[in-house]
Design a protein around this ligand. Structure first.
Ligand code: TPP
Ligand code: MG
Length: 334
């Protein structure tokens, strides 16, 4: 099996990133991974209601992309994009209230995943029907332009989800209307147990962009600086009225589809190969070489993150579950 279909692409000139921003990017990636680990731990303790999905391997894509957004921009993340929620400003308390299905969560305990909306932060989480959010994201981009908000919509889809009809309808409409939409295909080599080679026949998923008359690019989704630079360019372009960009971010799903999946169908050699490109460790090494991180700084940061997560989990666990009497309220349309 080919490990990746990534081909070299010319990258845009890098926007300037300060040292403080680099540390912030690293902190957000570390925080994302630590949150994912905590969610898996809670799942194994029987505390999580329903499934648990992690973004292990996807931290650079989720964090680097959302880092290029302004507060007024809209985020339409997928189920591997916890890092994007955090960068957009979602609090750890809300993340864990949601995961633990507490009454005070954003879905009032009706759901335990990222299937929530937080209009105050302009975050509109995905529904289970993969790609169904792409036309919705295009619609929000249209509404936002009509309101003259000067905002951009950043939407994500898996390589598996990119093969359904909604992808075409949403992206085509956005392209024709030159809407401020940036769509990232997170190509993590698998859709549940189906490998990429059984999902599509194209060399690169970004080649599809030509069929819509928009720019498309395939990038190394494990490199946070590349992800940020490319997304920043696409977002700036969308904001100036240049229309959508399709970005294929090539990564690897470094965990089973969900907590209940041991991923025994993934060749061990493939995981081994990708573990050398671990996005968090790669960036950590890079910042070490630049003199921005050392073992003491890393340890201090990890300790800070662990404390923040423990506080949020303790807070969420102390909150009540929804009262059984009204647990079905708001679940079904009248
Ligand atoms: C119609 C339907 N079938 C199955 C599922 C369960 N499901 C959720 S995500 C997913 C895999 C999606 O793969 P991909 O789009 O590549 O995203 P990834 O999980 O790899 O990030 C599946 C099978 C679903 N949500 N809807
Ligand atoms: Mg996938």
């Amino acid at each position: 099996m080919a490990a990746t279909k990534m081909l070299a692409v010319p990258l845009p000139p890098s926007p300037s990133v300060t040292n403080a921003q680099k540390i912030e990017l690293y902190y957000c990636m570390r925080l994302t991974r630590a949150c994912d680990d905590a969610i898996l731990r809670l799942y194994k303790q029987g505390q999580v209601v329903g499934g648990a999905y992690t973004g292990r391997g996807n931290e650079a894509t989720a964090v680097g992309s959302a880092f290029a957004l302004e507060d007024r921009d809209y985020l339409f993340p997928m189920h591997r994009d916890l890092g994007a929620h955090l960068v957009k400003g979602q609090t750890l308390r809300h993340i864990f209230l949601q995961q633990l299905a507490r009454d005070g969560s954003l879905t009032r305990g009706r759901d335990g995943t990222g299937h929530y909306a937080d209009p105050s932060l302009r975050i509109y989480g995905n529904v289970s029907h993969l790609a169904a959010m792409i036309p919705v994201a295009a619609g929000v981009a249209l509404a936002s332009r009509m309101r003259k908000e000067d905002a951009v919509v950043l939407n994500y889809i898996g390589e598996g989800g990119s093969n359904v009809g909604d992808f075409h309808e949403g992206l085509n409409m956005a392209a024709v209307m030159k809407l401020p939409l940036v769509l990232i295909i997170e190509n993590n080599q698998f859709a549940y147990s189906t490998p990429a080679r059984k999902q599509y026949a194209a060399a690169k998923l970004s080649d599809r962009a030509a069929g819509y008359g928009i720019p498309g690019v395939t990038i190394d989704g494990t490199d946070v600086m590349t992800v940020y630079a490319v997304c920043r360019t696409a977002i700036d372009r969308a904001r100036k009225g240049g229309g959508p960009t399709l970005i294929e971010s090539v990564t690897m799903r470094m965990h089973g589809h969900s907590a209940s999946d041991d991923a025994s169908y993934v060749p061990a050699a493939l995981l081994q190969e990708w573990s050398r490109k671990d996005p968090v460790h790669t960036f950590e090494r890079q910042l070490g070489k630049e003199g921005l991180l050392d073992p003491d700084k890393i340890a201090a940061l990890q300790e800070k993150i662990a404390g923040e997560i423990e506080e949020a989990i303790a807070f969420a666990l102390a909150q009540p579950l929804p009262p059984p009497g009204d647990a079905a309220e708001g679940v079904y349309a009248p």
